[in-house]
Design a protein around this ligand. Structure first.
Ligand code: NAD
Length: 494
């Protein structure tokens, strides 16, 4: 066997799985139906455990409500809250290799990314929001001189957070870190497909000095655990990341049970417009290829609709295809893997179904369009499809390594193709013409616009989130801290 230092992989079977939920400072078994968790790379069953349902949700929310009222966290000085968050971040780094491996083995995230991206970003989120705790002040409003009117940002109480499976550790932390730093207690329901790192983070929180009950993780399905969490009367606000269909359900449930505030980070079908004067074609091909295949195409913001000037189309598609052919499918715990698996065989069927329907509706498949049989996992070949605007491949979010392409002649045509009926998460514009770039940035209805770059989201201080049915309410940045506070106006009559 190669020496440890030269090995590109590690023993995936040897890692400890933190099973169950985490409530009031302790691991807890669920009280519901058995949850079967498979690892995406080879489909192997890695955990079978009872999922959480109503009774455990009630317990978790009660623990959170009690901790919010009595643990002193909310009343503590913001510096103190920040110090605990920073210790938590330090512990994440100290356990970095463990967390990187756990996330890689149990999700679609490849080890090469969990080590250099997911773990450091998780730690940085805890630090960033810890730092926010003593940076936001209130307000003194102009009133008659005989009264003072003071604006005080306060935590809500218990925040219900629900996260998806595609970048589980980072997207969960992007919710609970700002909520907790702002003084709230949190009950997080991670995706039942990828529940493990959240439970480990909750254990590290206790070690860092967070009061038990302030951060709880309930592991169960959407209907059994998510919905009761949203509906619970003591959950004061809900923060969700996931699909648009589920977001709609969650908002309806929150309206019925509340109303209570909801923020939604939902799906996308983001365009990248490539004008004829794109500055660097090699770099562009790199970006388009990476945007198609990264995390197996399972990123909400991936630039899945390429709208390219006809003079460049053939060459660019050849360059992108050449890069995508290099993508190496393999186990997520192998450093050489660059094409991640699809999260489940069910999701693989969905991806394949959209491509088939797209082809049946007239799409021309230039590359891929097939499953890859390897390792027993669910892999899909990177796919390039030329498809018209009404084709399912242009309309539906695929959430797989599939690039849908259209060409244009006149700039106005590009804009009308870029506008999507449903989604408005992100967009890319590639041109050297600054006037055109800024005009496009202003006109495109999307929460994030990248000019001559794509998918930059590593700077956690920047707000991330969509327009239209891609959602509302930002994650990341100071905006996310503020969304977990509500403003109280206090009047003092002199
Ligand atoms: P999903 O909507 O199926 O599930 C998301 C979460 O909601 C899971 O934890 C699930 O258990 C829970 N859930 C399901 N039904 C529920 C219900 N009725 N009540 C309460 N909770 C319920 O999404 P997914 O398949 O896990 O994730 C992929 C989707 O997430 C894609 O559409 C993707 O675009 C989107 N996403 C968006 C962003 C963003 O920031 N905008 C980021 C990542 C993923």
């Amino acid at each position: 066997a190669p020496a440890e230092s030269t090995r590109k992989t590690f023993d995936a079977d040897g890692i400890a799985l933190p099973t169950g939920s985490f409530v009031n400072g302790q691991r807890r078994d669920g009280d519901g139906e058995a949850l079967l968790v498979h690892r995406p790379s080879d489909g192997r069953l890695i955990a079978s455990m009872p999922g959480a349902r109503q009774a455990l949700i009630d317990e978790a929310v009660a623990a959170a409500a009690l901790a919010f009222r009595t643990s002193g966290w909310r009343e503590a000085s913001p510096r103190h809250r920040g110090a605990v968050m920073r210790r938590w971040a330090d512990l994440v780094e100290a356990h970095g290799e463990e967390l990187a491996r756990l996330e890689a083995v149990t999700t679609t995230r490849v080890i090469a990314e969990t080590r250099v991206r997911d773990v450091p970003v998780t730690a940085e989120l805890l630090r960033f929001y810890g730092e926010c705790a003593d940076k936001f002040d209130g307000a003194l409003y102009p009133t008659a001189s005989s009264v003072w009117s003071i604006g005080v940002p306060e935590p809500y109480g218990v925040v219900g957070a629900i996260s998806p499976w595609n970048v589980p550790m980072v997207l969960s932390t992007a919710k609970f870190a700002p909520a907790i730093a702002a003084g709230n207690a949190v009950v997080l329901k991670p995706s039942e497909l990828t529940p493990f790192t959240a439970v480990r983070l909750a254990e590290l929180a206790i070690e860092a000095g967070l009061p038990p009950g302030l951060f709880n993780v309930v592991v169960g399905t959407g209907p059994e655990a998510g919905e009761p969490l949203v509906r619970h009367p003591e959950v004061a606000c809900v923060s969700f990341t996931g699909s648009t269909v589920t977001g709609r359900r969650i908002m309806a449930a929150a309206a019925e049970a509340g109303p209570k505030p909801v923020t939604l980070e939902l799906g996308g079908k983001s365009p990248q417009i490539v004008f004829a004067d794109v500055p660097d074609r090699e770099r562009l091909a790199d970006m388009v290829a990476a945007g198609t295949s990264r995390n197996g195409g399972q990123l909400c913001y991936c630039g899945s609709r390429l709208i390219v000037h006809e003079s460049l189309a053939n060459q660019l598609l050849e360059d992108v295809a050449a890069r995508l052919k290099q993508a190496k499918a393999g186990a997520t715990w192998d450093e050489r893997t660059t094409l991640a698996p699809i999260v489940s065989s069910r999701q693989l069927d969905r991806v394949d179904d959209i491509v088939r329907r797209g082809a049946a509706a007239g799409a021309e498949i230039r590359l891929g369009g097939t499953r890859i049989e390897t390792h027993g996992g669910a892999f899909y070949a990177p796919t390039i499809a030329l498809a018209g605007q009404d084709n399912p491949l242009q309309q539906e979010e695929v959430f797989g390594p599939v690039l849908s392409v259209q060409t244009f002649r006149e700039p106005e045509e590009a804009f009308s193709l870029a506008a999507h009926d449903t989604y408005g998460l992100a967009a890319g514009i590639h041109t050297q013409n600054i006037t055109r770039a800024l005009d496009a940035a202003r006109r495109i209805e999307a929460g994030m616009v990248w000019i001559n770059t794509y998918g930059r989201s590593t700077d956690i201080g920047t707000p991330f989130g969509g327009f239209k049915r891609s959602g509302f309410g930002k994650d990341f940045g100071a905006a996310a801290y503020l969304k977990y506070t509500r403003l109280k106006n206090v009047w003092i009559d002199m």
